[in-house]
Design a protein. Structure first.
Length: 247
């Protein structure tokens, strides 16, 4: 709804005075921020740690980026995500969007992701994509492979566009991998997929990688429950005991 209003304003901008356009844009920005703050309030009220893993809503997501350092000018190129409830992957409920990038990525990044400079130039602005993404994820728990990368870019992008902090809980897939297959040192997504016989057709596409990661998370949740872990708190407590024993 917010984005539709912005697009309408842009179409009519030639007929509007600059003051009117600025006023409507400010109203749109205020609406985005109000919605995100409502989500953040719900996050604080959500009992995530003690809720059964079989009932928890998860958003498995992936970012394709132009590099590794958002504070040095690297940007988000695309966002892909799929919803899960417990270990059920809801394949019909997905999110995908490319993102307008102010600086054309290197030829290596374009070749890796399969994106083109033209589609990135024509893509929606980061603030619009991010607002839509927050509507999609609501107050669900986020999951990503090598989540520190996603968290770094989400934190930077949220502050730069919406002037608020990134407050969602985000879990790395290794959170469960290291308790269900501790004897295996699985690091890359390709290594994990090979171990679990998860078919891989396309890599470095945000939505495709999110769907693959969802299958990895699904396998790990089922194995974790078989081992007696019923909630995130069970896992945190087990890992904390392991760290204490090692120190």
């Amino acid at each position: 709804m917010i984005n539709n209003m912005v697009q309408l304003v842009k179409q009519l901008s030639s007929r509007l005075s600059p003051n009117v356009y600025t006023s409507l844009q400010q109203q749109s920005d205020a609406a985005r921020l109000s919605h995100l703050r409502q989500i953040q309030r719900e996050l604080k009220q959500e009992d995530v740690l003690d809720r059964p893993l079989s009932e928890l809503p998860f958003i498995i997501f992936d970012l394709e980026t132009s590099g590794f350092y958002p504070d040095k000018g690297d940007c988000i190129l695309s966002i892909g995500a799929v919803k899960m409830k417990g270990s059920e992957i809801i394949t019909e409920d997905v999110f995908y969007s490319t993102v307008k990038c102010s600086k054309t990525p290197s030829d290596e990044i374009l070749a890796l992701t399969g994106l083109t400079a033209e589609e990135l130039h024509e893509a929606p602005a980061l603030v619009d994509v991010l607002s839509d993404f927050y509507q999609f994820i609501g107050h669900s728990t986020l999951v990503a492979h090598h989540a520190s990368h996603e968290k770094k870019f989400m934190s930077h992008a949220t502050w730069q566009t919406l002037r608020t902090t990134f407050q969602h809980r985000i879990i790395d897939t290794s959170f469960l991998t290291k308790i269900v297959v501790p004897e295996n040192h699985l690091v890359t997504l390709d290594e994990c997929c090979a171990y679990y016989d998860i078919p891989v057709q396309i890599r470095h596409h945000a939505l495709e990688d999110a769907l693959i990661t969802a299958q990895l998370w699904q396998r790990n949740i089922r194995l974790a429950r078989e081992k007696g872990f019923e909630s995130l708190r069970d896992v945190y407590s087990y890992l904390a005991k392991g760290r204490t024993a090692q120190s």
